[in-house]
Design a protein around this ligand. Sequence first.
Ligand code: GAR
Length: 200
Amino acid sequence: MKKIAVFASGSGSNFQAIAVAAQAGILSAEISLLVCDKPGAFAVDRADMLGIPVLVISPKSYPSKAAYEEEILQKLISLDVEMIVLAGYMRLIGPTLLEAYEGKIVNIHPSLLPAFPGKDAIGQALAAGIETTGVTIHYVDEGMDTGPIIASASVRVEAGETRESLQKKIQRIEHSLYPEVLEKLLNGEGEVLQWERSVH
Ligand code: GAR
């Protein structure tokens, strides 16, 4: 069973979807660790409820980003973690983790990248008045929501759509798409994955 670590900063609904898929055997991976950079985040409560070990680690307690990531890296190595799954981890990954896990870090983002990278992608899409937005899963590089795209799913923005209604639709897709794509990646199908899906 491949071992993965999920990184989250907030609610952790994607983390939970991945963990539940793993516990149900839909995703053939063991979630060895949740890494959370925000003490008090709900993701940590979810990990406790799911019985998944957590590393709560605040960058503020370290002299540099390299020192902060080195601490995480040592923990990942000690657990034989093979892949890092970012799920609402609102921080750029630095060279320490990127070099150690080259090509083995993935992220999910709530827009059709390269449109609307960074924070509040859903708000950005609404403000832009576009008719279609979506979800993108991609490999992580040193940029903000950049790196080769693995899969995407589009979502229609209906007339009168609110941030809450759009977020709900996007998250519903995220929760099914992420475990499905991770299963393919863990089975070595990453190279051939270039999915596009349309959800209405
Ligand atoms: C998700 O919608 C994810 O796509 C987004 O944060 C949310 C986290 O929700 N990620 C980004 O915006 C990354 N730039 P969750 O904590 O409930 O999984």
